[in-house]
Design a protein around this ligand. Structure first.
Ligand code: A2P
Length: 327
């Protein structure tokens, strides 16, 4: 028996990737429904050899026994429609930031905290793309050496801002003015992702801090972050500095990461091998390299973590959650 599955935001950057990943994973679909705004209602999208017509998302869209809905249509759409879907018995896996910090909503990365899925009440949140790839690498290290403090510095691809972000880079190299970002992204970088908060951080930075604590069940963890948009199409990169409570051996860290689910260690600097966005693009794993001791503290490391932000950072993680739901 397959699943009655809906994609909300099916015409978007992540929505289209949901379909690609579902197909690759041979996800058992009985009926498929595609939703977007009125703007693209009527658009035809092919999935697995069949054509599907995109429908406008409406309040009665879930009145037909849909089991699971993967949402990626922005925060305000999720805020309004996820509770409606849940009230009809549908389980929502939501890619927006609308529900992530709600204490009644689990925030899940399947390699890290699959057990949290059990207490969902109809909505499960998919974390922020930068957070997902970071916690996949941090979890095994926290289990062994207990993390004291984390410093995140990110280098994030334009696709993280959806089709609009992607187009700004395509058009920017031709000399056209940006429409999505506040500044040109071609031949530039922008230390500003999402809106600025009262404390001087961006919302993206605060998402990384708060979501990491929630997923790792470490509300006390000291974390700071600087998030930066760079002119790369796909693949977020992160310099992560970690301080531990306990002592460690650097080779053990490399071994632990090599054996961790969802992680691929690429760390052979003598042969110029380290993770890069062009290597992570199109892949579902999190790539870790440049693993070295931070010689400025008693017990700490630096590492470089790269993943495809539209795959593991969004679509792949959501489909993995859906797979756990039907297990
Ligand atoms: P549409 O194509 O009709 O605008 P991206 O992040 O790549 O920009 O994609 C956003 C996705 O969310 C698109 O599929 C978009 O559909 C969809 N979307 C945006 N606003 C709404 C809305 N109010 N209701 C349903 N879907 C929406």
């Amino acid at each position: 028996m397959g699943v009655k599955l809906a994609i909300v935001g099916a015409t978007g950057m992540v929505g289209r990737k949901f379909l690609e990943v579902l197909k690759e994973k041979n996800f058992p679909i009985d009926k498929l429904y595609l939703f977007a705004s009125s703007k693209s209602a009527g658009t035809v999208i092919n999935y697995n050899g069949n054509d599907y017509v995109v429908e406008e998302l409406k309040e009665d869209s879930f009145d037909r026994g849909i089991d699971i809905a993967l949402f990626s249509a922005g925060g305000s759409t999720s805020e309004k429609f996820a509770p409606i879907a849940a009230s009809k018995g549908c389980v929502v896996v939501d890619n927006s930031s609308a529900w992530r910090m709600d204490e009644n909503v689990p925030l899940v990365v399947p390699e890290v905290n699959p057990e949290d899925i059990k207490w969902h009440k109809g909505i499960i949140a998919n974390p922020n793309c930068s957070t997902i790839q970071a916690v996949v690498a941090l979890k095994p290290l926290d289990d062994l050496y207990k993390i004291k403090r984390v410093i995140y510095s990110t280098y994030q691809a334009v696709s993280g801002a959806g089709m609009g972000g992607y187009q700004d880079l395509v058009n920017g190299v031709k000399g056209e003015a940006p429409k999505k970002f506040p500044h040109p992204i071609a031949y530039n970088l922008i230390p500003h992702i999402d809106v600025f908060m009262e404390n001087g951080y961006t919302k993206e930075e605060m998402k990384m801090i708060n979501e990491t604590r929630k997923i790792l069940h470490r509300p006390d963890m000291k974390i700071t972050a600087t998030t930066v948009r760079v002119p790369v199409f796909y693949g977020h990169s992160e310099s992560i500095n970690v301080e531990f409570e306990k002592e460690f051996n650097i080779d053990d860290i490399k071994n632990v990461l090599s054996n961790s689910p969802g992680v691929v260690v690429v760390d052979d600097v003598k042969n110029n091998k380290y993770p890069m966005p062009i290597l992570a693009e199109g892949k579902n794993e999190v790539f870790v390299g440049r693993i070295r001791r931070d010689e400025s503290v008693d017990s700490g490391i630096n590492m470089w973590v790269v993943a495809d932000n539209i795959r593991k950072g969004a679509a792949t993680n959501a489909v993995q959650i859906a797979e756990l739901l039907i297990k």
